[in-house]
Design a protein around this ligand. Structure first.
Ligand SMILES: O=C[C@H](O)COP(=O)(O)O
Length: 249
């Protein structure tokens, strides 16, 4: 399978209609990108964002979905609804949801299954806390989250993995390139163990956590890094655009 690199932006709980000007700017600048670009605005903006990007190669994604397709779940949004609104992907198991909404890996796997059933790419996030990193538990935590968060039927075509050390998110701190490379190589080998030798090469493995225009190039040069999941620096086209450029070069 031809694997394109992926620059993904997660706007988190930021943005109202005027913020779509940033998406419009990306659409105008990145007309024929050599990498995939994904923007995940808040759910309220997905339909409008999908309209803006309709004639571009930029994909619009969501930040969460419910595990069920429909039903009595007040306030929740299902994967088929997101697809209907124009999303092509959904972030699942972000550490902010695991922490703020007590999401378990088991639930994330159910949501990923729902995403796959709705033909959405599941962008599944994994990452250790600072205490776990300092306690030399990082690889054990990643192994558990990876094993628990991916349902059967997961492939490199329907799923993207993002490694996001929790202590690096929004802090300006980043792991060393060696640490990023170690975790990504570990994820790749676990994917082969689970889905069969060679299967792991089809997966895009993103790094996330304080990716900026200034550090993007060196992170992208690290082995087994196929792109980034960017939070704060995805909110402004002037910040996200150079990150896309760094991934393309
Ligand atoms: O989903 C994105 C990550 O949480 C990274 O956020 P950040 O780039 O603001 O550190």
């Amino acid at each position: 399978m031809m694997k394109r690199k992926l620059a993904a932006g997660n706007w988190k709980m930021n943005g109202t209609t005027p913020s779509l000007a940033e998406l419009q700017a990306l659409v105008s600048v990145h007309k024929t990108p050599s990498v995939d670009i994904l923007i995940c605005p808040p759910a309220t903006l997905i339909a409008q964002a999908a309209g803006i990007s309709a004639d571009s190669t930029i994909m619009i994604g969501a930040q969460d979905c419910h595990a069920a397709a429909s039903g009595a779940h007040t306030g929740d949004i299902s994967a088929p609804m997101l697809a209907d609104a124009g999303a092509g992907a959904v972030i699942l198991g972000h550490s902010e949801r695991r922490e703020n909404h007590n999401e378990t890996s088991d639930l994330v796997a159910k949501k990923a299954l729902a995403a796959h059933a709705a033909s959405l790419i599941a962008l599944v996030c994994l990452g250790e806390t600072l205490a776990q990193r300092e306690g030399a538990q990082t690889l054990d935590v990643i192994a558990d989250q990876l094993a628990g968060s991916l349902p059967d039927g997961t492939t490199g075509a329907n799923t993207v993995i993002a490694y996001e050390p929790i202590w690096a998110i929004g802090t300006g701190l980043t792991p060393s390139l060696e640490q990023i490379g170690e975790v990504h190589a570990f994820i790749r080998s676990r994917l082969d163990d689970r889905f069969g030798a060679g299967a792991a090469q089809d997966f895009r493995l993103l790094y996330g956590g304080s990716v900026k225009p200034e550090n993007a190039a060196e992170i992208f040069a690290t082995s087994n890094v196929d792109g980034a999941l960017v939070g704060g620096a995805s909110l402004k086209a002037d910040d996200f655009s150079p990150i896309i450029n760094a991934l393309e070069s």
